[in-house]
Ligand binder design. Structure first.
Ligand SMILES: Nc1ncnc2c1ncn2[C@@H]1O[C@H](COP(=O)(O)OP(=O)(O)O)[C@@H](O)[C@H]1O
Ligand SMILES: [Mg+2]
Length: 429
């Protein structure tokens, strides 16, 4: 029996079925289960087109009911394609009583639940409740900080610049304990950005994690004058090999228990370490410039993002934004089928001065970039009002995006929701 909290959580759905009898029962059940139907596709599976999947992606339903009765195999292929594209959070198959072999194949294509026809409204309501429970945020008994991973699809996109400044601003804005993790273990530069000379690095923490408690943890972190704690990359890149991917996961889990915000500056490539950070992330931020190689890399990486981030939002931040650029924000959004969550202006002088002096941009307010980073932190912390307050914060360079950014933080249109973790993956997160 679902508790009140999960019962009341808003949840959306899409249905793909031409079976009138099922569609009628589904509508009845949706009303009863407070399930909003955001897309209704009465089309046979072979006729599901790219346009339909685009619609699905745009509406980002939590649940997708797919009627597999007429075309079970093709239906599984469609489920696989939907899963690969990172659309929806839970797929529910509907069809005749099936063999265990078929159900296994269906599960492997991403179908999380299967209802045998004739389906009753009660069975649909029960399936919705199962989904609500599966998708509900896990309430850990222990402290559970928020982890955000920053990744640039093309090196030099600005992930380190944004992650570093954002960590400081989130801490200043909320007063919450904030850790910055430099996961670019080969040549990460976060310590230099902050003009810190850490005694220890992530490698040292990895080697001692089994005996580290809260007090000991602080000795591995370098505290910046702003109040954030840095877990640095080693100075010597050869040491990076000493840490296993599993240790990276353990460290991130550990930090989430001891900090309110864990900001992870990911390596430049989609390495195993990046994967580990995405898996632990409550949100992944792709920091990109607007140029053809970046766009192509986002497109190429999308299936991987979908696979790796499992149900957490993946958001796009444009860095070094130039309103006069040949490629517009609209072009970018269209090409990668993601809305731009935020933009940070190109401001070479301020950024290079801050990098070279080790004085983070955000600590020298006044530049357009600093104001935009303040706005971004406010949005991520969820402390902005509507678009009015936002437009007051933001500089004029930002004017043309204002309407687009009017949506509230977490708005489904500004991000791609990806597949939920499996039970095994959720364990102990
Ligand atoms: N908004 C910006 N305006 C101008 N230069 C920037 C901006 N953001 C980053 N840079 C510069 O771009 C370069 C790469 O930034 P960095 O944050 O190290 O990228 P990444 O971590 O993605 O490799 C740095 O020299 C930095 O000073
Ligand atoms: Mg970097």
């Amino acid at each position: 029996m679902a508790n009140e909290k999960t019962r009341n959580a808003p949840i959306t759905s899409a249905i793909i079925s031409t079976d009138e009898e099922f569609r009628t029962v589904f509508r009845e059940a949706a009303a009863e289960a407070a399930l909003e139907v955001v897309l209704d596709l009465p089309v046979p599976i072979p006729d599901v087109s790219e346009g339909h999947t685009r619609d699905l992606k745009k509406r980002a339903p939590d649940l997708i009911f797919v009627d597999l009765a007429d075309e079970p195999d093709l239906g599984c292929e469609l489920a696989q394609a939907i899963t690969d594209a990172g659309i929806g959070r839970r797929l529910i198959g509907v069809g005749p009583l099936q063999s265990p072999e078929f159900l296994l194949a269906a599960m492997q294509s991403g179908i999380a639940d299967y209802l045998s026809k004739p389906v009753t409204a009660d069975q649909i309501v029960a399936a919705v409740e199962r989904s609500r429970r599966a998708l509900a945020p896990r309430e850990a008994a222990e402290h559970h900080g928020e982890l955000y991973a920053f990744f640039s699809p093309k090196g030099g996109g600005g992930a380190t610049t944004i992650a570093t400044n954002l960590a400081i601003q989130l801490h200043r804005l909320t007063g919450r304990r904030t850790a910055l993790v430099d996961l670019d273990l080969e040549l990460g530069g976060a310590a230099l950005f902050l003009a810190l000379e850490p005694r220890y690095s992530l490698i040292d923490l990895a080697g001692n994690l089994h005996r580290v408690d809260k007090d000991l943890l602080s000795s591995y972190m370098a505290t910046h004058e702003s109040g954030i704690d840095l877990l640095s990359a080693p100075y010597d890149p050869r040491k990076a090999e000493a840490v296993s991917d599993q240790q990276v996961t353990e460290i991130l889990k550990f930090l989430k228990r001891h900090y309110d915000y864990v900001i992870v500056d990911c390596p430049k490539a989609l390495t195993n370490r990046t994967v580990r950070a995405f898996e632990r992330a409550d949100g992944v931020y792709i920091v990109s410039q607007v140029d053809v190689p970046s766009i192509q890399n986002i497109q190429r990486s999308q299936p991987l993002f979908a696979h790796m981030s499992r149900g957490r939002p993946v958001r796009l931040i444009v860095n070094r934004y130039d309103p006069n650029s040949e490629i517009t924000i609209d072009d970018l959004e269209h090409s990668v089928e993601m809305e731009v969550f935020w933009t940070v202006a190109n401001d070479y002088d301020s950024v290079s001065y801050s990098t070279n002096s080790g004085k983070p941009l955000i600590m020298r307010p006044g530049s357009v970039c600093a104001r935009e980073l303040e706005g971004l932190a406010a949005r991520i912390a969820g402390v902005t009002g509507g678009s009015d307050s936002k437009s007051r914060i933001l500089g004029s360079v930002f004017g043309r995006l204002r309407g687009r950014l009017g949506s509230s933080p977490g708005s489904k249109t500004s991000e791609a929701y990806l597949m939920p973790p499996t039970a095994a993956e959720s364990e102990g997160s």
